[in-house]
Design a protein around this ligand. Structure first.
Ligand SMILES: NC(=O)c1ccc[n+]([C@@H]2O[C@H](COP(=O)([O-])OP(=O)(O)OC[C@H]3O[C@@H](n4cnc5c(N)ncnc54)[C@H](OP(=O)(O)O)[C@@H]3O)[C@@H](O)[C@H]2O)c1
Length: 335
């Protein structure tokens, strides 16, 4: 929804995903300034039984003042014509700058591997008693109100996966968790879980280990503790942002990853689009029992990503080799 597209184009993107076999859709009250749920509800008419939907609790868009509403179409058009091209130019300039820095002095090394390996083995400290307070009240009344709004916008009588959006352990309380379980019994939600960062999710799981959490986490190429989460998410592990994180974090490391992949698979490392494929294969291998989520405003990419998902099993041994190779060479690989 961030791509400033028209509603019909957004609906066509969802149709493209569906036509290519994608059957799970992730949304939230926050997304698209509150419009994403309604759009998904519109799209899912006649398809509801063949898809699963995730939506979330806890973050809502800031209300738009009444005086600004008539200006929204103009703001969107300006965004499309000026702001997005400007950001793209800035991003290209940054890439050039990074390339220069890398060529000059290799200054861009980002060493994340040793830290993430340590995170796998280090037991968590006991939960913090006083943490930050939540952006909305974690109470039965607010929860029921938000669920009813989401059900209405999604035009459905149940939500398959209901996640606590960017939740932290300090937000939770026993009565709130009991209501979540009650909502499952009532059939309004099928599963509940956490849609937060990796560290916050770990803290919540450790604090409430017996609850049947569904877990949804960002999963960059160099996050190597994904199996910790798949072992602990009772129904499903959803991973996301694999492309965004690795493409951003990995600036300068693309050639290294592509060279390793080319060596393992005998593919041409120069082939356009190969990096995205590699990242998706790695994410699918790390989360082979769960679900990998991506976003795209480009129908061709949606189609090709769906094909990658279909070929995932055949590429798993190669992706495992790639992940092992990246673990074996942490110091010299700026990822
Ligand atoms: N708390 C949470 O639960 C939480 C947090 C963050 C995200 N999410 C969910 O995860 C979804 C995905 O997250 P995300 O958008 O941050 O990350 P992502 O899907 O990893 O990255 C999206 C970006 O990757 C590009 N892309 C897509 N396919 C590509 C390919 N094959 N090769 C190269 N680039 C490709 C897209 O560009 P184009 O549009 O140009 O294709 C887009 O800019 C979100 O939409 C949201 O539903 C959930």
């Amino acid at each position: 929804m961030g791509a400033a597209l028209t509603t019909s184009r957004r609906l066509r993107l969802l149709e493209t995903a569906y036509a290519h076999g994608i059957r799970h859709f992730d949304t939230a009250p926050l997304y698209g300034q509150g419009e994403a749920e309604s759009l998904l509800g519109r799209f899912s008419r006649g398809k509801r039984d063949s898809i699963t939907i995730t939506t979330k609790f806890g973050l809502t868009p800031r209300p738009i003042p009444a005086w600004f509403r008539p200006l929204i179409p103009t703001a969107r058009a300006l965004n499309r014509r000026l702001l997005i091209p400007y950001r793209q130019r800035r991003s290209a300039q940054q890439d050039q700058l990074n390339q220069g820095l890398k060529d000059d002095s290799n200054q861009l090394k980002i060493e994340v591997r040793p830290a993430s390996i340590a995170a796998i083995e280090t037991p968590l400290a006991p939960p913090v008693a006083n943490g930050p307070s939540p952006p909305v009240e974690y109470s039965a009344a607010v929860l029921r109100d938000q669920i009813e709004t989401s059900l209405r916008k999604l035009r459905t009588d149940h939500i398959d996966y209901y996640l606590l959006h960017e939740c932290q352990a300090s937000y939770l309380n026993q009565p709130f968790l009991e209501i979540l379980e009650k909502l499952v019994q009532e059939g309004k939600i099928r599963h509940f879980g956490i849609g937060s960062g990796r560290w916050q999710s770990r803290c919540i799981i450790n604090q409430y280990p017996t609850l049947p959490w569904v877990v949804q986490i960002p999963d960059g190429l160099t996050d190597h503790d994904t199996s910790w989460f798949s072992e602990r998410s009772s129904q499903h592990l959803f991973t996301h942002s694999t492309l965004r994180l690795s493409l951003e974090k990995g600036r300068g490391s693309e050639q290294h990853v592509l060279a390793l992949w080319a060596e393992i698979t005998n593919q041409n490392p120069e082939r356009p689009g190969l990096l995205g494929e590699v990242l998706l294969h790695a994410a699918l291998t790390k989360n082979s029992l769960g679900c990998v989520i991506f976003s795209s405003g480009n129908p061709e990419r949606i189609r090709s990503n769906a094909e990658i998902l279909r070929a995932a099993t055949a590429y798993r041994p190669a992706a495992e080799q790639l992940l092992d190779a990246l673990i074996a060479a942490p110091a010299s690989t700026p990822i």
